[in-house]
Design a protein around this ligand. Structure first.
Ligand code: GLA
Length: 713
């Protein structure tokens, strides 16, 4: 790292160029760090003018409030969201951060040090731009150089600013079994708060945003987007100020926050990633996906496409036995499944969700000889083995709870609210962290396990931590998550090759923080294929299809009684990372042969589907009758098109579909997903033909699907 260079305080301009984006900021005449430009890449010869603070607005809004600061301390008459708010030991709460110094570790990174105008509180802002996608990673390190502790009441990772304009804001909300709803609304004066106060990411909102300018749409116009890499309580605010500027601030949720920082201690914020696209919201999600694959995932930059898994949860529930699982494993192997996963129910005294969580020994009634015979059998069938765990939880009816009732989050003397009959272990405690790491390490050491499905089936309540001094108890919001990450990191380091899925009753813990340590996520407990189509659509705005696991399950569906064909269910799950969760004991021979054929077909397109560029040609959102999703491999060698009809009326046919993203001059052969040629369409044509003329799809009725591949000749 280059040594800190003392810069002339005012007029310094910092600039980061990456992909098609440029980000510039500078020090203004007061010493504040101010954003100067964020948008399409400008010429290297273009000089960005030095920062000048905004003027005041009458006697009510000072320049400090109006200036688009990169990281504003709460003080000096700031009414916008502060990046940082502290209380000093003497009761002073005024914090004004001015530029001190900067380093440039490399051409893509800048570190800027800010300090309060009088007190020894410093903030180091970290900036790194990805040269490929132009996505910025921003975070802050706050250090207390005062002799006394300070209390941090609000700490953002970063604030991003946009100049006055008409903007549309897209964001994702949901609930259990109903995650990934896309919302879109005009930004008006005031603030929109996206957040979780739940101690975890949550199903109810996802820490992602996209903002389009003017009439930006799926494929056109300018869009700014970002995602917070944090799996604890989080907050992103989208604020249009009194001068119509927009500021997006993201970091720890200030609700019930209070992080005591002793003299000499530091607090690291999560990373708040953000980027720019001049290809609308579709371009934004393609950049996010590319970046996540190449920079965030544990197997980055080249994550392997996910194995096709079988999971027995919907087939057997808690009723897992050695014989039952072995029988399912045989059937799964015959389909061409790569990985067999035993879900909940294998451990402790687990018969229902009333008991057993916390007791991670193999249940002797269900597996009299331990897991080894089943694991050996799974291997002998040519699959690897995965296992469900829910490490951070405990049922009061468990040996662990009887031994350590003090290990759960609670306020002594107050009720302990149970959800799904379980309590949350306080992972911020070192002894709990050691226990959790210890049992997982033992499990992986003693068994040939390739994969853990790591579940988390409730949110926090009564988040007390009474073993530490009162002033430190709220650190639980940070230390719990850091310990979760450190356990995941240590397990991966000690057991190279282990793969992990993040699940939280479906999609309750999906964010770029957990995705740094986990290879895939379970987007929803709702596996109904029509519902999954809209969920996939919302999910893939923020995260790559690679991490989006989608099971084919039974019909009629248990949640809504909807009946769909097996082929339709397959084609829905095949636009993601494919899994099977159906009860194979009930399958007919015809079902088995359909599944075999489609799993084999999936392997022919999987890499393009899960790692390629995604185009939402027709989005299922907002009650559309049709969906058309296209993926193109990065080298444009293959395109894949999925078409779905939800329910057509009056014999209405599928709209002609014009593809995107192919090479216009190249020739592409068309076949259905299984490689068969199609009547009524050219067998091959140029990329230009497929993109301009398009393809007619003969699909009508209820819940029909078709899929096609375009292979460059
Ligand atoms: C959660 C998960 C399910 C399943 C059950 C097991 O609900 O999302 O997939 O693993 O727990 O109890």
């Amino acid at each position: 790292m280059a040594a800190a260079v003392a810069e002339p305080a005012a007029k310094t301009v910092f600039r980061l160029d990456g992909g098609d984006a440029t980000y510039a900021f500078g020090v203004n005449e007061h010493g504040e760090l101010q954003q100067l430009y964020w948008g399409g890449r400008i010429a290297s010869t273009d000089a960005v003018a030095p920062a000048e603070a905004e003027r005041e607005w009458a006697s009510f809004d000072s320049p400090y409030n109006n200036t688009p600061q990169e990281y504003a301390g709460w003080g000096a008459g700031l009414f916008q969201e502060a990046a940082l708010k502290v209380t000093f030991a003497d009761g002073n709460r005024d914090l004004v951060l001015h530029y001190v110094a900067s380093t440039r570790p490399d051409v893509h990174s800048i570190e800027v040090k800010l300090k309060d105008i009088h007190r020894a509180v410093t903030v180091t802002l970290h900036y790194k731009i990805d040269p490929d996608t132009g996505i910025l990673a921003r975070s802050a390190t706050i250090e207390n150089g005062e002799p006394q502790p300070i209390l941090i009441e609000q700490a953002a990772a970063a604030a991003y600013s946009l100049p006055p304009a008409h903007y549309t804001h897209n964001y994702l909300t949901g609930r259990w079994a109903g995650e990934w709803t896309l919302n879109s609304e005009a930004i008006h004066g005031g603030e929109r708060v996206l957040e979780s106060r739940r101690g975890t990411t949550g199903h109810q909102a996802n820490p992602w945003f996209a903002i389009g300018k003017g009439d930006a749409d799926e494929e056109h116009g300018e869009a700014w987007f970002g995602a917070l890499a944090w799996s604890g309580s989080w907050r992103i605010t989208i604020e249009q100020d009194q001068l119509d500027k927009v500021r997006v601030t993201g970091g720890f949720n200030p609700f019930d926050f209070g992080y005591q920082l002793k003299s000499g201690e530091t607090l690291e914020t999560p990373v708040f990633y953000a980027g720019y696209s001049d290809r609308g919201f579709g371009g934004a999600s393609r950049l996010m996906a590319r970046f996540t694959l190449a920079e965030v995932l544990p197997q980055a930059p080249h994550p392997k496409p996910r194995p096709v898994i079988y999971n027995s949860w919907e087939a057997t529930g808690f009723d897992v036995t050695e014989a039952g699982q072995e029988a399912l494993a045989e059937k799964a192997a015959a389909l061409g499944i790569d990985r067999f996963v035993v879900d909940d129910g294998w451990f402790g005294q687990r018969k229902t969700d009333n008991a057993g969580l916390g007791d991670w020994y193999v249940n002797q009634q269900k597996f009299p000889n331990g897991l080894k015979p089943l694991i050996d059998k799974v291997h002998s069938l040519g699959m690897d083995f995965g296992l469900w765990v829910e490490p951070e939880m405990v049922n009061p009816d468990s040996d662990l709870y009887r031994k350590h009732p003090d290990w759960v989050l609670n306020f002594p003397g107050r009720p302990r609210t149970e959800e799904r009959n379980q309590l949350v272990l306080n992972l911020a405690r070192q002894d709990v962290r050691d226990y959790v790491f210890g049992f997982l390490d033992k499990l992986l050491t003693e068994n040939r396990i390739a994969f853990l499905k790591w579940d988390y089936n409730r949110n926090w309540s009564e988040p007390g931590w009474d073993q530490v001094p009162v002033a430190e108890q709220k650190q639980v919001y940070v230390k719990f998550i850091r310990n979760l990450y450190s356990i995941l990191a240590e397990l991966r380091a000690k057991h190279p090759g282990i793969e992990i899925e993040s699940c939280s009753g479906g999609g309750g813990r999906v964010d770029l923080g957990i995705l740094h340590y986990t290879d895939e996520v379970w987007p929803s407990d709702n596996t109904d294929p029509l519902d999954r189509l809209t969920q996939h659509d919302g999910f893939a705005r923020a995260y790559p299809a690679q991490v989006m696991l989608s099971w084919v399950t039974d019909s009629p569906h248990g949640m809504n009684n909807r009946t769909t064909s097996l082929a339709y269910r397959f084609l829905v799950s095949m636009e993601a990372s494919l899994g099977i969760g159906a009860n194979l004991d009930k399958w007919t021979e015809e079902d088995t042969s359909t599944a075999k054929r489609l799993i084999a077909a999936y392997h022919g397109v999987q890499k393009t589907v899960v790692q390629g560029d995604l185009y939402r040609l027709i989005s299922p959102a907002n009650g559309s009758e049709f969906t058309a999703t296209e993926m193109v491999s990065p080298d444009k060698g293959q395109g894949v098109l999925f078409a779905y009809v939800h329910s057509t009326q009056e014999g209405r046919g599928f709209p002609r579909v014009q593809l995107l993203g192919l090479e216009p001059a190249a020739t592409y052969a068309l076949s259905n997903i299984e490689g068969h040629t199609l009547p009524g369409t050219p067998a091959e044509a140029s990329g230009a033909w497929w993109m301009r003329h398009g393809i007619d799809i003969d699909l009508r009725g209820d819940f029909q699907a078709a899929a096609f591949r375009f292979d460059r000749k």
